[in-house]
Ligand binder design. Structure first.
Ligand code: NAP
Length: 305
């Protein structure tokens, strides 16, 4: 069984990005910039934002931070987005979700310039994904697919990936059956599109699906993105399956766990992500990768206006 260590893979991605940033900055231009907007004091959001900013700075990004009170108006959040949209030092914008209920997340996400959409959630980028185009793809789905590449790579011993792009190619999934459980716009649907792009035969399950157990048992790849602790028991998983657990659930005792019963599933899976420590760190790494892609595009248009 391969344990798909997202912390380790994320550190490899960040190391590669760091080297690329050093290479670009040696030619003189500014650092890539990530603009963060946090509304309110939700403790989970606060800790996610702190972590994202810390990792971004360690990797070589410049971060910009806007904190707004939870009773802020729609117009104030829109102005904060507009400021980042116009700031040439900001390449990627992160509007931390969820927003307080009086603010319409979708309308605010739509206001972010598509070329600065670090989260890949703008309708333009979602539309490009649907067409199999574009580079700013949603972070959690992108990170999930990188872990799948790691599962299918024979170069996965720790420290064995010196050049991530060369050593961890995007694997073709022709002939493989993939089940995605959960159909949110943030995770399930884009994961399904990314798997389809790699030629997997994809099934998308949701709360109205009736034969989930059989679908899990019949799949080569299972992606769980539901938000219900251990809703997929290990004995549903057939021998040799690759299990990618996106779920992050807080139990009553405060511990975090995934949607899959890890301890029983690991005995049957060919490869499995821990949760936490699997997809979560990859989401942060992909946010930085997207911001770096946006930076490269911005540098190009600054050099050749
Ligand atoms: P969401 O918007 O609540 O969507 C949950 C999905 O699960 C829905 O499509 C729902 O179906 C489906 N579902 C609910 N009960 C089900 C059941 N019994 N059987 C099959 N499907 C069922 O959640 P999300 O934003 O996609 O997040 C999913 C999980 O991933 C959460 O635990 C979240 O914390 C985690 N997450 C992790 C990361 C990370 O970085 N690791 C990032 C984002 C999210 P319907 O559409 O029919 O309601």
């Amino acid at each position: 069984m391969k344990l798909l260590d997202g912390k380790w893979l994320a550190s490899q991605v960040q190391r590669t990005l760091s080297q690329k940033i050093d290479h670009e900055c040696a030619k003189g231009p500014r650092k890539p910039g990530l603009g963060v907007i946090l509304v309110g004091e939700n403790p989970a959001s606060l800790s996610y934002v702190k972590r994202k900013e810390k990792v971004a700075e360690k990797t070589g990004f410049r971060t910009f931070d806007t904190r707004l009170a939870s009773d802020v108006t729609f117009e104030d959040v829109a102005s904060a987005i507009d400021r980042y949209n116009q700031d040439p030092n900001v390449d990627g914008i992160l509007l931390q979700l969820p927003l307080p209920s009086h603010l319409d997340s979708n309308t605010l996400l739509d206001r972010i310039r598509p070329d600065k959409d670090a989260d890949g959630l703008h309708p333009v980028n979602q539309g490009l994904l649907m067409r199999g185009e574009g580079v700013l793809r949603p972070c959690t789905p992108k990170g999930t697919l990188k872990l799948l590449d790691l599962a299918l790579s024979d170069r996965m011993a720790e420290g064995d990936l010196d050049n991530l792009e060369k050593d961890l190619p995007a694997v073709d999934l022709s002939g493989k059956s993939a089940l995605v459980v959960g159909r949110s716009i943030l995770v399930g649907k884009p994961v399904a599109l990314l798997l389809l792009e790699r030629n997997a035969t994809v099934t998308l399950a949701h709360s109205r699906t009736e034969n989930l157990k059989e679908l899990v048992a019949g799949s080569d790849i299972v992606v769980a993105a539901v938000g219900k602790p251990h809703m997929i028991p290990g004995d549903w998983v057939r021998e040799g399956t690759i299990v990618l657990d996106v779920g992050i659930n807080r139990l009553e005792d405060g511990t975090l766990t995934g949607d899959v019963d890890f301890e029983s599933a690991r005995k049957r899976a060919a490869a499995i992500t821990p949760a936490p420590g699997g997809v979560g760190p990859m989401t942060v790494a992909m946010l930085l990768e997207n911001t770096f892609f946006a930076y490269q595009q911005h540098l190009q248009s600054e050099r050749h206006p």
